[in-house]
Design a protein around this ligand. Sequence first.
Ligand code: DGL
Length: 268
Amino acid sequence: MSDDRPIGVFDSGVGGLTVARAIWELLPNESVTYVGDGAHFPYGPRPVEEIRRFAMGIAEHLVARGVKLLVVACNSIEVSAIGDIAAAADVPVVGVIAPGVRAALRATRSGVVGVIGTEATIRTGSYQRAVGSGATLVAAACPLFVEHVERGDTTSAALRAAAARYLAPLDREGVDTVIMGCTHYPLLSGLLQLELGPDVVLVSSADETAKDVYAELVRADALRDAPDAPVHTFATTGDPEAFRRLAEQVLGLEVGDVDRAVIAEDAA
Ligand code: DGL
């Protein structure tokens, strides 16, 4: 039987759309309900407890809208709250960290892997725990990246200078594989690859996460199998017009109307 309920995908901004895009590629029949927390972007510099409070509110909002599965399309949320989100939701929850780590461990030849992410993601040591003894991990926080992306800048000289600075320690340690531990970063793939050089494998968790979404839907017998087109909806707690412009500009997505999501602040 077809399960027509949408998949809920959320992030602090447009970064999670890189994961939504991978889900659409793999599962073109599935509807996606997307929420970005533009009102509280960026999450990366915030304390984990604050990120947790915002994220719990959005997860609850999506579950109330009848999603069949939640995709935490944000590393900063995952490191802060995925356990609590999974405990509170009555639907399966898929994250991005294990899929990214899996792909990186498959790709590395030298066993020296880099991870770049927001301050929250790197500070919590979550990637180190996920990698375990599978590889030597070199981690670097890249706090300026997401703000450039949300301004629509994925190529400027200022951004390249920041990247050169952030990536220098990874280069020194001889990484051969780098995990983009923030869902905004695939939008910087060109710039990152240029800085790291052509021999370094750049890992985006998006494709691997989409495979986990598929596996989870198969397991739950919840695939959508209807002949009519899926329906995608987009909402932000911030400025809907800015969200729409950015999604079209940096992701090339036709998102149509963007709603204003109103989240109960004290949901968690
Ligand atoms: N896209 C989010 C992530 O994967 C971070 C963006 C932010 O700092 O708000 O961590």
